[in-house]
Structure formats: C-alpha cells, structure tokens
Design a protein around this ligand. Structure first.
Ligand code: ATP
Length: 346
C-alpha cells in the first residue's frame, strides 16, 4: 500500500498552472526524486506536501490520513531546504534540539537525542560551534540532523546540496543515501541535476511544464525514456524523426534497424551516444567528425551525417578512434534503438 499518495494535485496561480494533475504513490522507505528543468513545478509540489502551499485541487494522503489541509507543523515531516536556514545565533546542538523543545521534550532526553543525531551525521564534537564556524557540508549535515531528530514520517529535501561544490556534493550524496537506507525513511528530494537523481533515487519522477512526464526507476527511465523530453533531459540522446514500416525505420534516405513493437507511422528514433560504435567506413551511417571533446574516461564526438548531426561517446581505452575531419562509420544494435510514436509525450 502506498505510504504517501498524491491524488490529482493541482496548483494554479491565477491563470498560470504551476502543477497539473499530479498523481503519485510513494511506498514506505522509498527514495523518490522530483526531477525537471527550472520552473517545471518541483518545489511547488514539495511545498504542497510540506503544507506551505495550498493545493488548488486534489488530495494528499499520508499513511491513510488526509493531510491536505493540515498545518505544516502538524504533518510531522522533516524538511531541508537549500539555504539550510540554521539559526545563526544558536549552537549546532541548540539548532538540532529546537524541534524537540517545541514538542516539549524534557531537557535530559533532548540532550541524548541530539548527541545521537550528531553522531549519525558525523558531527560529534561540533555541538558547541555556531553555524558560521562550519563548512558548507557540515552546515548541510546539521540541517539534516535537525530535520531527522523529530523522527519524521517523511523527509523532504529541496536541492539540499545546491550550495556545495562538486566533490563535496558527491560525498554528501553517498552519505545521504546510506543514511536514508539505514533509517528506512521515506524521502522526497527535489533536484534539477539528473546525475544526482539517478544516483540517489529508487524512482525518478520527471516533471515538465507542471506535468509528470514519466515515473520510473533510474535505469528504466534511462533505457526506456517515454519520449524526446525524457531522453534528452536524462542523459544525452540522438533523436531522429523517422517513419516506421516493415522491418525498419526510414530516417531521411536511410533505413535504420529497430524493434518496432507494433509501431507504425511517424516516430522518434532515439539512440544513446554510448550505444553507437565508431567503425572504419561502413556501418549504418557515414559521418564526418566535426568536433571531438576529451572527457577523461571517454571521448565525445560530434559527427555530420546524412541524417543530421549525431553524438557518439566512446570509452577511453587507449588511443582515440578518430580526429576532426575523419570520415568514419557509425553502427549500433537494433535493440538499443528506442522508438516512440511522435507526439506521444514531448
Ligand atoms: P526551480 O528549479 O527553478 O526552483 P521548480 O521546478 O522548483 O523550479 P517551482 O518553484 O515549483 O519550479 O515553480 C513552478 C512555476 O510556478 C514557475 O513558473 C514559477 O514562476 C511559478 N510560481 C511559483 N510560485 C509562484 C507564486 N507564488 N506566484 C506565481 N507563480 C509562482
């Protein structure tokens, strides 16, 4: 049974609809990422769950109870925003203790719980510091401890690592994931970073223009994007306009292999750059290398082909296969091409 259910949630600001028909079932202990471009409605959705934004329509059901119109503090949720919002004049311990104090917990119990929490987020020994005496990552961990100390039924995170540099961000992602697993806490995180969503989430909810575009496990979404938007927002993709008939798909003057699965007519033919192999002349398409970028563990090639520019990613296993100006062949297996009827999803 779903632990948290969003049923037909809508949010309109005057004429503008920020979130439309949002239906989502989240299981207990699940880690879900709301992913999408700026302005797609991620924060609005999270704020409706948190109780800071009133839905225009729809219901939010938590553990069987309708919480749609309950005040934020009555929902028992833990919340971490990008800006941490720690109290600057309070020590780390006082910051973490605050929520317990509000709930009237006796001092001795509070101290014990705060110590446990600081231990959990690896900040033992930092209890008496003030937020200004902490690094970004440490502040972020205090915010997490403060959200978790009240033993929330759901943890809501809005771009919690937005202010961290790339290395720290990666470290915190691993920590957050292992903490979440250990505590088994149902977690919903907003991010616009596809790599973060893929590496953290059990399921990704991809939003576009206020609507859910696709809900799937990361690998599934990557391999089977619902359409052009999903295939280009999550990773890179070559999306070619084609026409499916017979055993192949006509793209420009070429016939490309695909498993049609009963589709016919206008389709988007999608092939991931890393699924394409560069060959000597031959292959399915001929291409001339127009640009080549070294990315350390791989090379990114852009090629001009008769069916338009295409991207190819080739692992760095030694010498690069081609340089700018070379004419090469591109080839791939038919099972790696993904077909979606044109106009289905964006
Ligand atoms: P970002 O990644 O940039 O934070 P987001 O996906 O979280 O984006 P939201 O903050 O949910 O986007 O906003 C969704 C849309 O609703 C945006 O177009 C935004 O301008 C609009 N919006 C949000 N809050 C209000 C408001 N109070 N009044 C009017 N429009 C709003």
């Amino acid at each position: 049974m779903a632990f948290l259910e969003l049923e037909g949630l809508n949010k309109a600001y005057g004429e503008f609809i920020a979130v439309q028909e949002c239906n989502l079932s989240i299981g207990e202990g699940e880690f879900v990422c709301l992913l999408g471009p700026s302005g797609c409605g991620k924060t609005t959705t999270l704020q409706m769950i948190a109780g800071f934004v009133e839905p225009t329509m729809g219901r939010i059901v938590l553990n069987g109870a309708d919480i749609t119109h309950l005040g934020p503090s009555k929902r028992g949720l833990g919340i971490v925003f990008q800006s941490y919002a720690l109290f600057p004049h309070m020590t780390v311990a006082a910051n973490v203790s605050f929520g317990l104090e509000m709930r009237g917990m006796p001092k001795r119990d509070r101290q014990e719980r705060v110590a446990q929490m600081l231990d959990l987020v690896r900040l033992k020994g930092f209890a008496d510091r003030y937020p200004r005496q902490l690094s970004g990552g440490q502040r972020q961990r205090v915010a997490l401890a403060r959200a978790l100390v009240i033993e929330p039924s759901v943890l809501l995170l809005d771009e919690p690592m937005g202010a961290l540099d790339a290395l720290l961000r990666e470290e915190m992602q691993i920590e957050l994931r292992s903490l979440q697993k250990r505590l088994g806490i149902t977690t919903i995180m907003v991010t616009h970073d596809q790599v973060e969503a893929m590496s953290l989430a059990d399921r990704v909810v991809l939003l576009n223009n206020g609507r859910i575009e696709q809900v799937a496990e990361p690998f599934e979404m990557y391999e089977r994007p619902s359409g052009r938007f999903a295939s280009t927002f999550l990773g890179k993709s070559n999306v070619l306009a084609g026409n499916a008939s017979g055993a192949a798909v006509q793209v420009g003057n070429l016939e490309l292999p695909a498993e049609r699965g009963g589709l016919s007519g206008a389709v988007d033919y999608m092939i991931r750059p890393e699924k394409i192999a560069l060959t000597e002349i031959g292959g399915l398409v001929r291409g001339q290398v127009s640009a080549r970028v070294f990315l350390g563990d791989r090379w990114l090639y852009q090629l001009d082909t008769p069916i338009g520019p295409m991207l190819v990613i080739d692992s760095n296993v030694g010498l690069p296969k081609a340089i700018e100006g070379n004419v090469v062949g591109l080839t791939w297996a038919s099972e790696n091409a993904r077909l979606v009827a044109r106009g289905v999803a964006s």
